[in-house]
Design a protein around this ligand. Structure first.
Ligand code: SAH
Length: 224
């Protein structure tokens, strides 16, 4: 994948273009200033193929190859906001579905430590290289089936899932810290999926809050 590596950039990659995106996110109801600020300074154009860079500050999902997409900025902002608004301030976060690495980059600036897991090797490699090149040093990336979580680093204060499982993988529930939040789109592909916020209240007790309807690529189990 060819990428534009001029981080400052001009024209379509300029600060003004990014600020316009932040304006649209505000209009759509994103209120968390820390999240908006990080989005305004994160170079999303570097996380997509050069051919799509001109569209990278539109509020839309874009293809990243292998049938996958970089999530729509509104969804990234919304999920990040939901994650930060937890009663347990998240220090240690697991992301399932690294994809381009964009969501991990956003989280990296807002929490102490990010673990991210991807099952498609070329996406995993490209994301690792890019996150490293851009200086995100508090992100550890894993190549694995994320429906098992990353048990070795558990528990997590928050877990964010950026691909939709039909039902919530039990391992992710088990790897949440007490009071921790799991943010996950749940539902069948081709049907409406619901963004759920699941909070761990006790050893085996969880509360589930349905937020909004969303559309994600499916969570797939096993090796590609
Ligand atoms: N957060 C990403 C969005 C990527 S789309 C970004 O910011 O770009 C969802 C990603 O989840 C895809 O890359 C897909 O390969 C990955 N995925 C799907 N099922 C998975 C699984 N079981 N384990 C790990 N990753 C998975």
């Amino acid at each position: 994948m060819r990428r534009k590596l001029d981080i400052e950039g001009i024209g379509m990659t300029s600060q003004r273009t990014r600020n316009r995106l932040v304006g649209r996110l505000r209009e759509k109801g994103i209120r968390n200033e820390a999240v908006l600020q990080v989005i305004s300074r994160t170079p999303r154009h570097l996380f997509v193929d050069e051919a799509l860079a001109s569209r990278s500050y539109e509020d839309t999902a874009l293809p990243i190859g292998h049938g996958q997409t970089i999530s729509q900025p509104y969804i990234v902002a919304r999920m990040t906001e939901l994650l930060l608004e937890s009663a347990l301030p998240p220090r240690k976060v697991l992301e399932v579905g690294t994809g381009s690495g964009y969501q991990a980059a956003i989280l990296s600036s807002l929490v102490e430590k990010v673990y991210t897991v991807e099952r498609i090797e070329p996406l995993f490699r490209a994301a690792c290289e890019l996150l490293y090149a851009l200086g995100y040093r508090n992100v550890s990336a894993y190549l694995s089936d994320g429906s098992w979580g990353i048990v070795r680093e558990a528990p997590y204060d928050a877990i964010i899932v950026t691909a939709a499982p039909e039902t919530v993988p039990p391992a992710l529930l088990e790897q949440l810290a007490m009071g921790g939040r799991l943010i996950v789109p749940v539902g069948k592909q081709g049907e409406v999926q619901v963004l759920q916020v699941i909070t761990r209240q006790g050893e085996t007790s969880y509360t589930i809050l349905d937020h909004e309807y969303v559309q994600f690529v499916p969570m797939v189990s096993g090796k590609p």
